[in-house]
Ligand binder design. Structure first.
Ligand SMILES: Cc1cc2nc3c(=O)[nH]c(=O)nc-3n(C[C@H](O)[C@H](O)[C@H](O)COP(=O)(O)OP(=O)(O)OC[C@H]3O[C@@H](n4cnc5c(N)ncnc54)[C@H](O)[C@@H]3O)c2cc1C
Length: 138
């Protein structure tokens, strides 16, 4: 459980950083005489991600408190790893998309954040195995 919680925390942190990079970039980048941030699609995408990140931080507080009490179960830790690494992938991919072509270039932090997010759904047990562990506990 501790290893999976640690990966979940790094997933949430990576997602938050990617989100912050997307906000910064879209407020700076101009297209069609306005900033990319001003497009409704950008604002709605970021608002959706913000809501998920907010819920994610609260969930990690709950997991950490349970772990400190020695009560975090294997199924709960697996659910946390599944949720936060899949969220990391969703946020990083959306944040890269908002960067346009710049997102694919190593000069921008989002390229590395996106690449590093991919393996999080594999090591420490794949997302499919996390689902197996959770399903067995039902
Ligand atoms: C960068 C990196 C660092 C790593 N570090 C460590 C480490 O420090 N210590 C360590 O022990 N391991 C480490 N690993 C190994 C990692 O834990 C395994 O790669 C991971 O658990 C997946 O196992 P596998 O590669 O054998 O894939 P496989 O088990 O061959 O899986 C292949 C595919 O089949 C799916 N699959 C397998 N079984 C099932 C099933 N029952 N139901 C549904 N789908 C299934 C998987 O989800 C996956 O999509 C590391 C891997 C990487 C990439």
């Amino acid at each position: 459980p501790q290893e999976r919680l640690q990966i979940a925390i790094s997933g949430q942190a990576g997602a938050q950083r990617a989100f912050d990079e997307a906000v910064k970039f879209t407020k700076d980048r101009k297209a069609f005489r306005q900033t990319v941030f001003d497009f409704q699609n950008t604002r709605f995408t970021l608002a959706n991600l913000k809501a998920k990140l907010q819920a994610g931080w609260a969930h990690l507080d709950w997991c950490t408190a349970r772990h400190l009490q020695g009560e975090l179960t294997a199924a709960e830790a697996s659910a946390a790893k599944l949720f936060h690494t899949e969220l990391q992938w969703e946020v990083c991919d959306a944040a890269l998309q908002l960067h346009g072509g710049a997102g694919y270039m190593n000069e921008y932090p989002i390229a590395r954040l996106w690449r590093d997010a991919r393996v999080q759904r594999i090591y420490g047990g794949t997302s499919e195995i996390m689902k197996e562990v959770v399903a067995r506990s039902l």
